[in-house]
Design a protein around this ligand. Structure first.
Ligand SMILES: *Cc1c(COP(=O)(O)O)cnc(C)c1O
Length: 231
């Protein structure tokens, strides 16, 4: 079931790439396994799945520690500074940096472990009160400040688009984020590589791929509904 869903999502990504004239190898599918058991992740390994997304630091730690080390765990959720220690040597990429204070905490922990941590800056594309992320107009400034930390490497942008009935409603947000991505890339900021654009979830990943996503984060569409109490 889970493997079948995964294959179906891959196929939808391939079709969205075809519509947009893109090469499917440009798009990484992250299977968002938060709240789901190890056994479900293991079901996907024969499909060649290696990228998994978690939003709770302790859960990421437990899953990383229990599974083969060639899997890549993405920290996609809001990260508190005192939880950075759980993910620093385990996550392949932190998608949710939205403040200098968090960047500073990542810098300290990464330095302690002698690693350089790849991160994305989370942008609140629709200005929603309830969402984390920096405002689009403040994004370049934040990146310029974070770029000074030697043990952090900004690799791109991430967004969580609004929850909408019709994914077409989010096209404008994905398009705007893509423009911002290109704009910041053109500034050639030292120690910054604008190469990853993480946008699109179960409800809207096809539109996101059409608008230039290089990573999509799909949970429900692969693993089924989550228990709502646990998000
Ligand atoms: C849970 C989550 C997802 C996946 O959501 P689905 O709608 O289940 O695909 C993607 N990104 C983030 C940041 C999440 O927290």
């Amino acid at each position: 079931m889970v493997a079948e869903n995964y294959r179906a999502v891959r196929e939808k990504i391939r079709q969205a790439c075809a519509r947009a004239g893109r090469d499917p190898s440009e798009v990484t599918l992250i299977a968002v396994s938060k709240t789901k058991p190890l056994s479900m992740i293991e079901e996907l390994l024969p499909e060649g799945a290696v990228d998994f997304g978690e939003n709770r630091p302790q859960e990421l730690k437990e899953k990383y520690d229990a599974l083969p080390k060639d899997l890549r765990f993405h920290m996609i959720g809001h990260l508190q500074r005192n939880k950075v220690k759980y993910v620093i040597t385990r996550a392949c990429l932190i998608h949710s940096v939205d403040s200098v204070r968090l960047a500073q905490a990542i810098q300290e922990e990464a330095e302690k472990h002698g690693v350089v941590m790849p991160v994305l800056v989370e942008v609140n594309v629709a200005g929603e009160e309830s969402k984390f992320g920096v405002r689009p107009e403040d994004t370049a400034d934040l990146i310029a400040q974070i770029a000074k930390y030697p043990n952090l490497r900004v690799q791109g942008l991430m967004t969580i688009a609004p929850f909408v009935e019709d994914p077409e409603e989010n096209r404008v947000h994905f398009r705007n984020l893509y423009k911002l991505f290109i704009d910041i890339k053109a500034r050639n900021i030292d120690n910054v590589c604008m190469c990853i654009l993480s946008m699109g979830m179960t409800n809207d990943y096809e539109v996101a791929v059409e608008e230039g996503a290089t990573m999509v984060r799909v949970g429900t569409g692969i693993f089924g509904e989550r228990d709502h109490q646990t998000v």
